[in-house]
Design a protein around this ligand. Structure first.
Ligand code: NAD
Length: 251
């Protein structure tokens, strides 16, 4: 349990990838702060299971990010994972969706980072792990806001990796391909509409077409990679963008 004594905040961890990362970190002894929306009873059960606390802060609101960070206390492992998607042609892309996606998938990571970094620097140890996406490296049509935010998150991660390197703090991206979570399931109807496809065609000819494995990535695989990046032996793995996409971006 090499993370005993460390405190981890995982944003967007009431579901999907974030929950798997939170479980994996807690499994190595980290005290975890969960964040995200959902059914109160379900979240209470998760907190009990993981020995975690929970913040329901809406990370598109800067004041709520500040309150969450205050409540969380000194964070050793910061996982910026909360994200959302919207699929639409650029000329029809709703302006409010653009603003929300940029706020959640990109700006929230800046706000948590600027508030977490002072105590990491003071302790001389920290890990910042940002859930980016294959869409931080390559694009797909109809995902303008998401692709822009994820490419931006990669750039931000490299910048803080350089700034914090001498303080024992590393910053890396994890970039999954398609993982079967509510975020993916919810984009199927709009993708069917934007591309004029059936549900099965979207799954096989859009989602899995580039993943050489022809399989969805499992959330637990991403949890395992996040734990690996927290090891002391990984202290020189900094500013990297780790693909976990079944070979998609190798092509
Ligand atoms: P998900 O929808 O299962 O989970 C999203 C989490 O974010 C939930 O806990 C939700 O409550 C929380 N959340 C949503 N809006 C929020 C807000 N305004 N404030 C705070 N929390 C909020 O999604 P997921 O697939 O697990 O995605 C997690 C991350 O992984 C995202 O950044 C996503 O872009 C990225 N990602 C997902 C995939 C995939 O295929 N699922 C692929 C690549 C990258």
């Amino acid at each position: 349990m090499f993370l005993e004594g460390k405190r981890a905040l995982v944003t967007g961890s009431t579901s999907g990838i974030g929950l798997a990362i939170a479980r994996a970190l807690a499994g190595e002894g980290a005290r975890v702060v969960l964040n995200g929306f959902g059914d109160e009873d379900e979240i209470a059960k998760l907190c009990e299971e993981l020995g975690a606390t929970h913040s329901g802060a809406d990370l598109t609101d800067v004041a709520q990010v500040g309150a969450m960070m205050e409540q969380a206390g000194e964070i050793d492992i910061l996982v910026n994972n909360a994200g959302m998607q919207h699929v639409a042609p650029v000329e029809e892309f709703p302006v409010d969706k653009w603003n929300l996606i940029l706020a959640l998938n990109l700006s929230a990571a800046f706000h948590t980072t600027r508030l977490a970094v002072p105590s990491m620097k003071k302790k001389g140890w920290g890990r910042i792990i940002n859930t980016a996406s294959a869409h931080s490296k390559v694009a797909s049509p109809f995902k303008g806001a998401y692709n822009a935010a994820k490419h931006g998150l990669d750039g931000f991660t490299k910048t803080i990796a350089l700034e914090l390197a001498e303080h024992g703090v590393t910053a890396n991206c994890i970039s999954p391909g398609y993982v079967w979570t509510p975020l993916v399931e919810n984009q199927i109807p709009d993708t069917m509409k934007a591309r004029g496809m059936t549900r099965d065609e979207v799954i096989n000819d859009v989602l899995l077409v580039k993943q050489a494995t022809k399989k969805f990535v499992q959330p637990e695989e991403i949890g395992a990679l996040a734990v690996f990046l927290c090891r002391d032996e990984m202290q020189n793995v900094n500013g990297a963008n780790w693909s976990i996409d079944g070979g998609w971006t190798a092509e």
